[in-house]
Design a protein around this ligand. Structure first.
Ligand code: BGC
Length: 750
């Protein structure tokens, strides 16, 4: 991994030159106090104001209108942060403007959506979560931080750690799936990757846990919709990843667009002050989501923008992203006695603290190094890291008849699909800084192994101009190309069909009511299957899909998500057996969209058992079970579980172990998963909950005993008073290869 060897510059900013009171050796808190004492109310409010990038900083200063006003605010020190300003030259110019021209020269913090990379794209976060490889995920975030920091950025609006059980919601691509335990572990890994050991190093950046909270529960999966969940789900499912993020010292938290149980989260002091800041001791700052303070008005919570500013500040939303509510009205609210200036001071203190920790006061241009910028973008190490992550992210869903892995000298391969030669879609959604068409396509990846294959596109599925701003246009009528594809398939020994969603079909504002294969892809699969059953289906998607027919008939399915810059290389390595797939689903695949929300850690019902009559909990037209359960994933190896052992002699340290044997001849990795169930409790507990996992590697024929320790941390839950409790009684434990299959036992805890 690349490390910065240049000693950190010890330039003293203008602030220190002008302010003898601020001595470098003073603690940050003393320096913040000194600074706060010098700031006018407007300057304080300015720190709480974040603007979107709005003019070419290297061009002429803007004249007139909104841009000119923002420019003037920068010069006055009335802007604490900017988003979407990036590139060393731009960042330096704007930082200079503020540091040199404003009265106190307080440096700005520059934020950006570094969701799965900057230029070099890693797999989408949902795919990375499928690796269950925390070290790899941490490394991936550190690569993203390394590149982003090289273009002057010092703050990533990531990780998104919203739990979601609804594949209709497009933003599931951005999170770690449905489970709070896995979600918390992935959150920690990503935060550690972004922030590193030393936040003031020029290659680490502040992370942002978002969206606080329950945004992933939007009703009917429709973006920006209401969320309404009980406190049990709030405390035991939605909040835990955020609690873990705070424990991992995340520097910032972003709130959300959603109304939760009647109150917009941006205006909730219960969530932001009582829980986040007071109960958990979060010392960083809360940034609003884009204009979410202003949206308190259309939500029907605040009467106007002025009241929105009042409510936002009182609720503990420390920085206003682009709604201009604070900069326009907060000082006025304070002067009128509506908002206590102490709350403003608290917000500013938090913002300044993070700036100090990032090293920006010591050197406002710490992240502005042209040479580093040139050297880091698309760096070989980053590309290598993205490739490793991409390989680990794939999930083998089906391999009947062992069509995979392909032999290196396999003849008669035909590759079909609009996505097969696509160099754009595999970059995924939320990749604002990436260059279009820079992913390695599947066709290109295969070419590194063999030229003895034929590619036929088949019917066009997606328009080539798909972008982040508009919905992807899908062809549902023009079947030209179908015949040619079927004819080629007929002659083939094996057909690789690359199908799925376009990268821009998931992400923000990309909700779907149907989550099947878009366009004519399903028809194409059926037509090909009619002439050749040797199909390997490579699935590319940003959410779980309903692929029942495919799951029944297509013999081999490889879930390849959107794997980023190195997509095709990673897919080819798995297809040809140079990498043995080891991923497991972080989110349940439904059989029908009518089952959504569907998740493995559901409660039992009073009528869970099948009855001879209809009066039990089920559907008339579909099974209850998922198509593929949470935690599911196959390998080219075969793993056998035996020798389940449970030792509960020490109630504070319950020991659980199993023996895992690789009964094949192929070396492979397995994610051994531990689930717990508390069958009788004051608040009913889920039928099972993930409480541990270990990823192990075994050579063919080898065995390993895998052990877990269960403490109160794994056995407890938040009760109806929102207190963490472990209730005495029976506990069931299962260790297995996915959430539905494993060996189990139970114990009593007093
Ligand atoms: C998204 C955030 C994002 C912000 C800034 C909003 O629309 O919800 O997740 O960080 O925009 O781009």
């Amino acid at each position: 991994m690349y490390t910065i060897i240049t000693p950190k510059k010890i330039l003293v900013s203008l602030l220190f030159v002008c302010s003898p009171l601020l001595k470098a050796q003073d603690s940050f808190e003393q320096q913040i106090n000194t600074l706060l004492a010098k700031m006018t109310l407007e300057e304080k409010v300015g720190q709480m104001n974040q603007y979107n990038g709005f003019y070419d900083a290297t061009g002429p200063a803007p004249q007139g209108g909104n841009a000119a006003q923002k420019y003037e605010h920068l010069k006055k020190g009335w802007v604490g942060s900017m988003l979407n300003v990036r590139g060393v030259e731009e960042v330096r110019k704007i930082q200079e403007l503020v540091v040199k021209e404003s009265r106190l020269g307080i440096p700005m913090i520059f934020g950006f959506d570094v969701i799965h990379g900057y230029k070099t794209q890693s797999p989408i976060p949902l795919a990375e979560a499928a690796s269950w490889d925390l070290e790899a995920i941490q490394k991936s975030a550190s690569i993203a931080a390394n590149e982003a920091s090289a273009v002057g950025l010092n703050w990533a609006f990531a990780p998104m750690i919203d739990i979601s059980r609804d594949a209709r919601w497009g933003r599931v691509m951005e999170g770690a799936g449905e489970d709070p335990y896995l979600g918390a572990k992935v959150a920690e890994a990503r935060i550690n990757g972004f922030q590193g050991d030393d936040l003031s190093a020029p290659n680490t950046i502040a992370a942002c846990a978002k969206h606080f909270v329950a945004y992933g529960f939007s009703e009917a999966g429709r973006e920006y919709n209401t969320t309404d969940i009980g406190t049990n789900t709030l405390f035991n499912i939605a909040l835990p990843p955020f609690e873990a993020a705070v424990a991992a010292d995340v520097k910032t938290v972003m709130n959300g667009f959603n109304v939760l149980n009647g109150i917009p989260v941006t205006g909730s002091s219960y969530l932001q002050r009582d829980i986040l800041k007071d109960k958990w001791g979060f010392e960083g700052y809360v940034i609003s989501d884009w204009s979410s303070i202003g949206e308190l008005v259309p939500h029907g919570h605040a009467e106007n923008l002025k009241q929105a500013a009042e409510f936002g500040a009182k609720a503990g939303s420390d920085m206003d992203m682009e709604s201009k509510a604070y900069i326009t009205h907060l000082a006025e609210n304070v002067r009128e006695g509506k908002v206590d200036e102490g709350l403003v001071d608290d917000a500013v203190r938090r913002i300044l603290r993070v700036k100090f920790e990032l090293g920006l006061f010591e050197d406002p241009y710490l992240y502005c190094n042209e040479e580093r910028e040139k050297e880091r973008l698309f760096h070989e190490d980053h590309m290598q890291g993205a490739l490793e992550m991409a390989k680990k992210s794939m999930v083998l869903l089906k391999n009947d008849g062992n069509l995979l892995p392909l032999k290196k000298d396999q003849k008669g391969i035909v590759v079909i699909g609009d996505l097969a030669d696509d160099k754009n879609s595999p970059l995924g959604s939320w990749r604002l800084a990436s260059d279009d068409n820079t992913a390695v396509s599947v066709v290109e990846g295969l070419q590194t192994y063999t030229n003895a294959f034929k590619f036929v596109q088949g019917p066009k599925v997606f328009d080539d101009d798909a972008s982040f701003l508009q919905h992807v246009i899908i062809n549902t009528t023009d079947s030209s190309g179908m015949e040619e594809a079927v004819a080629a398939a007929k002659m083939a020994e094996v057909v690789i069909m690359v199908v799925g969603e376009h990268g821009f079909m998931s992400g923000e504002a990309r909700s779907r009511t149907k989550i099947d294969l878009p366009g004519l892809q399903h028809d194409l699969l059926k037509a090909v299957y009619a002439v050749n059953k040797n199909i390997i289906m490579v699935l590319m998607n940003g959410r779980p899909l309903t692929i029942n027919w495919e799951a029944e008939y297509i013999p081999t399915i490889l879930e390849a998500w959107q794997l980023g810059s190195q997509s095709g290389n990673a897919v080819a390595q798995v297809l040809f057996g140079d990498y043995n797939p080891s991923g497991k689903l972080p989110m349940t695949f439904p059989r029908s969209v009518g089952q959504v929300p569907i998740y493995y850690n559901h409660f039992s019902t009073g009528r869970a058992e099948k009855e001879p009559n209809v009066f039990w909990s089920h559907y008339a037209d579909e099974e209850n079970s998922p198509l593929y359960p949470f935690g599911f994933g196959l390998s080219y190896s075969k793993f056998r579980y035996s020798d389940f052992n449970l030792d509960s002699s020490d109630a504070t340290q319950i020991k659980v172990s199993v023996k895992v044997t690789n009964s094949s001849t192929v070396e492979g990795e397995e994610v051994v998963q531990l689930y717990v169930n508390d069958p009788y409790a004051s608040i009913v507990r889920p039928v099972k909950e993930l409480k541990g996992f270990k990823k192990i590697s075994l050579e063919g024929g080898a065995s390993q005993t895998v052990s877990f320790t269960l403490t109160d941390r794994e056995l407890g839950f938040y009760n109806s008073k929102h207190e963490w409790v472990v209730e005495p009684g029976k506990f069931n434990v299962m260790v297995g290869t996915n959430s539905q299959e494993g060996l189990s036992g139970s114990f009593e805890r007093q």
